[in-house]
Design a protein around this ligand. Structure first.
Ligand SMILES: Nc1ncnc2c1ncn2[C@@H]1O[C@H](COP(=O)(O)OP(=O)(O)OP(=O)(O)O)[C@@H](O)[C@H]1O
Ligand SMILES: [Mg+2]
Length: 227
């Protein structure tokens, strides 16, 4: 049987806005196994990013249970959770989220340093990762000196630095032109096929979602059955 990486059981997320409550997720069940490539689709406001934040253990649900590698994340201390997250999950965001005053190389080295990798080793690994994403000749550039597609490739190299089992990508091509978007998609696909990574990707774009093995469609915070 395939190993479960992440499981959400009857997960609700309610945001309280003073008197008003927003039911961003309403009883969602998700089961993701090792090595899967899953696309999360749905219209704006349907709960995709909310779900990704929960899947990535960046947030806790209002109700329901989230298991990461069989552990109930609500029962872990914040420091244990941060450690597991740092080792297991690589994040890629629509806005790249690179540190502006650090070079491409330094950005990729950062998570390695957080995990106490010796500087020399971190540097070597970061150089190798930038080579994989095709940016050996841009290592010493600041994010502002890179194109959008190049910045996203730096962010992917950074997401890979701790060799995570799972890669979470929220609209990874949302800010890119078609050709950079195609490049980034090809990179994600290669990580899935060749490296066996588990990939969960949010997208508006059905053409991109077609690259995944499976699609989860959200509508008003609920999963639409039969996709
Ligand atoms: N921090 C928050 N506080 C209050 N309401 C929120 C918060 N974050 C999201 N929401 C609301 O929860 C719902 C789901 O938002 P979410 O960001 O998950 O949507 P999405 O599917 O990612 O949309 P998009 O495609 O536009 O990124 C929306 O109605 C949104 O307004
Ligand atoms: Mg979103």
């Amino acid at each position: 049987m395939k190993q479960t990486v992440i499981q959400l059981t009857d997960v609700w997320k309610v945001y309280s806005m003073g008197e008003v409550e927003v039911n961003a997720l309403q009883g969602v069940d998700v089961h993701i196994t090792k090595g899967e490539f899953v696309a999360i689709v749905g219209s704006s406001g349907s709960g995709k990013s909310t779900m990704m934040n929960l899947v990535g253990c960046l947030d806790l649900p209002t109700r329901g249970v989230i298991f990461l590698d069989g552990k109930d994340i609500a029962k872990l201390s914040e420091s244990t959770l941060a450690q597991i997250r740092g080792q297991k999950i690589g994040f890629i965001f629509q806005q790249f989220n690179l540190i502006p005053n650090l070079t491409a190389l330094e950005n990729v080295m950062l998570p390695l340093e957080f995990q106490d990798t010796p500087a020399g080793e971190a540097r070597k690994k970061a150089i190798a990762l930038l080579e994989i994403v095709g940016l050996s000749d841009r290592m010493h550039h600041l994010p502002s000196q890179l194109s959008g597609g190049q910045q996203q490739r730096v962010a992917i190299a950074r997401a890979l630095s701790n060799d995570p089992e799972v890669i979470l990508a929220d609209e990874p091509t949302g800010n890119l032109d078609t050709s950079s978007g195609t490049e980034v998609m090809a990179l994600l696909e290669r990580l899935w096929k060749r490296e066996g990574k588990t990939i969960i990707m949010v997208t508006h774009d059905m053409n991109l979602a077609e690259h995944a093995e499976r699609r989860i469609r959200l509508k008003d915070g609920k999963i639409v059955k039969g996709e």
